[in-house]
Design a protein around this ligand. Structure first.
Ligand SMILES: [Zn+2]
Ligand SMILES: [Zn+2]
Length: 240
């Protein structure tokens, strides 16, 4: 059975993003697939942003990652946060489109392939419990759980916790975002043993400045993780 047939068995025949019948891989119709900016080719090894140039040489980093200290090692992103990618991420986050978590995990599995090691522990970027209560689910935990199933790796949904309710990151400049997150993310003491001496892969839906992922990576490394890598569904690019 080919990939196409397998996908058609798994997914309903309707496009994830519109009413069209699906004829392409990964649950999107041809038009929505074209309008979704999936990342391919040469990328920043640290954050997954696409870069001009040819794949296959030494790892390269984007200007942001060369300028900002990133506590994590490597990073990948599935798509750029604009156009249909933005709509899909917003629908997963705010629109109760939990069905998007499954194809999202498949896309993450493909993007994260170079980062996965046999003993990697997967963990989502945490939501504060108050927001979790209002929203009822953490979309990043759904994505991490799906990725863990596909990669056959352990997932610890409450490895990290938010200590206080950080106010919304929206409308803040980069410095404000970093300040807002200071001290906010903590390792769950009951879970600490699970990551001691092993690589951790952090999963989030969107990377903007990288401040949240940075705070999470710092917490993991301080608690004894061997290394931390990151994978996100969508990367906000400067020109995007
Ligand atoms: Zn469509
Ligand atoms: Zn980068």
């Amino acid at each position: 059975m080919g990939m196409q047939a397998a996908v058609q068995l798994v997914y309903p025949p309707q496009c994830l993003s519109c009413d069209a019948l699906v004829t392409t891989d990964f649950g999107l119709c041809a038009r929505c697939w074209r309008e979704t900016p999936f990342i391919a080719g040469l990328v920043c090894d640290c954050c997954g942003t696409p870069l001009p140039g040819e794949e296959g040489g030494a790892p390269v980093q984007c200007d942001d990652c060369l300028t900002i200290a990133r506590p994590w090692g490597r990073g990948r992103a599935v798509m750029l946060y604009r156009d249909n990618a933005r709509r899909l991420v917003m629908a997963l986050k705010h629109g109760d489109r939990l069905d998007l978590a499954r194809p999202g995990a498949q896309w993450l599995h493909r993007a994260a392939a170079p980062l996965l090691q046999p003993d990697t522990l997967l963990a989502p970027v945490p939501l504060h419990w108050l927001r979790l209560f209002r929203r009822r689910y953490n979309q990043s935990a759904l994505l991490a759980a799906g990725l863990a199933r596909l990669a056959d790796l352990p997932h610890c949904p409450d490895l990290l916790v938010r200590r206080r309710n950080t106010r919304s990151q929206e409308g803040r400049d980069r410095e404000g975002r970093f300040r807002n997150l200071e001290e906010a993310i903590r390792v769950n003491e009951r879970r600490r043993w699970q990551m001691e001496g092993r690589p951790v892969l952090l999963v989030d839906d969107v990377m903007t400045s990288g401040a949240t992922l940075g705070a999470c990576a710092d917490a993991c490394l301080a608690a004894g993780a061997a290394r931390v890598d990151v994978v996100v569904l969508a990367r906000v690019a400067k020109d995007g």
